[in-house]
Design a protein around this ligand. Structure first.
Ligand SMILES: C[S@@+](CC[C@H](N)C(=O)[O-])C[C@H]1O[C@@H](n2cnc3c(N)ncnc32)[C@H](O)[C@@H]1O
Length: 277
């Protein structure tokens, strides 16, 4: 599988750390930094260029690792770089979750773990689009009711009252989600109530993100995906520390205890992570 070629605009410590975090996900062919000079031609064995036009090969994406993202993005677009080619890894919302996913995916790629990828609980695809970006050649399953929570998932800990459902109104649209993906042709939309939406589906997985908030689908997701996770793969479950969805933690703990499995938690990204070895 060919890795997509990227350049990182900004070669200070943030750019350098970013390059390390994604070194197996992308082929980082250069840094762009105005401090590049005859004496300053590389950073950590990665070529350093003064300008995008100096990069000798065609790249798939430019990742901006500088404070003035919008200003630089505008400049690139004015210079004719397509908007979609400029990646925004600032993630003002759920920044730590995206960083965690990049770290996990980087290890999956380093170890060449085979398998498809999936997200259970997609909403508008704000996370799924990045999972799809990191795995351009793999099937990416997108599971969601696309009509919000289902009354079958209500339990003692989550009443799913009309007020709750009105506020947490997850009613996205599969077409719109697909439109936001980097490689929609690799995506398989699994619309409907999980686990019914599986419909006997069989596959193996390298990376799965479970983000469906409620106890029952989280538990059902772990029951389905964990046995199908390949060695070296990861399942990240969101909301472990979320006070709004305390049952997410309960589902993770119940599953782990039932099968005597270890997991790690990360407070900052609000995640629990299962691996397979
Ligand atoms: C918090 S949102 C997902 C957010 C998304 N992962 C992101 O990062 O933007 C939770 C989603 O889980 C979905 N969901 C909850 N229970 C489900 C079930 N039993 N089957 C399918 N989807 C479900 C909801 O429809 C909702 O879109």
């Amino acid at each position: 599988m060919d890795k997509r070629k990227v350049v990182i605009h900004g070669a200070d410590i943030y750019g350098e750390k970013l390059a390390k975090r994604i070194e197996y996900i992308f082929d980082v062919v250069g840094f762009i930094d105005r401090r590049a000079s005859e004496k300053n031609r590389e950073k950590n064995n990665i070529p350093l260029y003064k300008d995008y036009e100096d990069v000798p090969e065609k790249v798939d994406f430019i990742i901006l690792a500088i404070p003035d993202f919008n200003g630089q993005q505008r400049e690139y677009v004015k210079r004719g770089v397509p908007f979609e080619k400029i990646l925004d890894f600032r993630h003002p919302y759920d920044y730590e979750k995206h960083i965690l996913h990049q770290c996990l995916v980087n290890e999956v790629m380093r170890r060449k773990v085979p398998g498809a990828v999936a997200e259970l609980g997609v909403d508008y695809g704000d996370t799924a689009k990045y999972i799809n970006l990191y795995f351009p050649d793999r099937t990416c399953y997108l599971f969601d009711t696309f009509s919000g929570f289902d009354q079958r998932d209500k339990d003692e800990s989550q009443a799913l009252t009309p007020e709750f459902l009105e506020f947490y109104n997850f009613r996205s649209n599969a077409e719109r989600v697909l439109d936001r993906m980097f490689y929609p042709e690799k995506c398989v939309v699994k619309a409907g109530y999980f686990p019914e939406s599986l419909n006997g589906m069989e596959d193996e997985f390298a990376f799965v993100h479970i983000d469906c908030d409620l106890y029952k689908p989280i538990l059902a997701g772990l029951e389905y995906f964990y046995p199908r996770l390949n060695k070296g793969g990861y399942i990240a479950v969101h909301d472990f520390y979320n006070i709004l969805y305390p049952q997410a933690k309960e589902a993770v703990r119940e599953f782990a205890d039932k099968y005597n499995l270890a997991y790690v938690t990360d407070f900052f990204s609000d995640s629990a992570i299962f691996s397979k070895d």
